[in-house]
Design a protein around this ligand. Structure first.
Ligand SMILES: O=C(O)CCC(=O)C(=O)O
Ligand SMILES: [Fe+2]
Length: 152
């Protein structure tokens, strides 16, 4: 899987809500990518879901990033790596800018769990699969959606 990916970079500007209310920026989802790296302008908004449906707002330190495990990496790793549901909720009065860099498998190669990650305690959870079989509408949504709209 290492050599068979390409990257897609997406810049998003989330406007601060006009009132002090919370405003949805990006719906709860997992990424379809292998993995995603997120930088921001230190305006928080990114939240992850933890146990009992609680959401935690992340603060990304300057010059740091968040590494998100995508569905493809979860399956490849036989679920040794977990995906996290995440979303963006805006409050406060500053606009948030984020850069998300997705590592996406190029179409065609078979994604195959290494045998080292399969044993009695960790039976194989996925058959070998072709990345083109990853739900394409969701994939399209994750990579090309203009919802929320991007303001320039
Ligand atoms: O903008 C963010 O902080 C998160 C972006 C994200 O999760 C995504 O584009 O999949
Ligand atoms: Fe995401």
């Amino acid at each position: 899987m290492g050599v068979s990916d390409e990257t897609l970079v997406r810049l998003i500007k989330y406007m601060a809500p006009p009132t002090r209310d919370y405003e949805r920026g990006l719906h709860a989802h997992t990424d379809k990518s292998i993995s995603t790296i997120i930088f921001d302008n230190q305006v928080s908004g990114l939240e992850i879901e933890v146990k009992d449906s609680q959401w935690i707002k992340l603060s990304i330190y300057p010059s740091s990033f968040v590494f998100v495990v995508g569905d493809t990496l979860k399956a490849w790793s036989n679920e040794r790596l977990k995906v996290v549901n995440h979303r963006v909720i805006m409050n406060g009065y500053k606009n948030r800018l984020s850069i998300a860099t997705f590592a996406i498998p190029i179409e065609g190669p078979i994604i195959k769990t290494p045998k080292e990650l399969i044993d009695e305690q960790h039976p194989q959870l996925y058959k070998d699969f072709d990345s083109k079989h990853i739900d394409s509408s969701e994939r399209l949504h994750a990579f090309a959606s203009l919802s929320p709209p991007i303001s320039h």
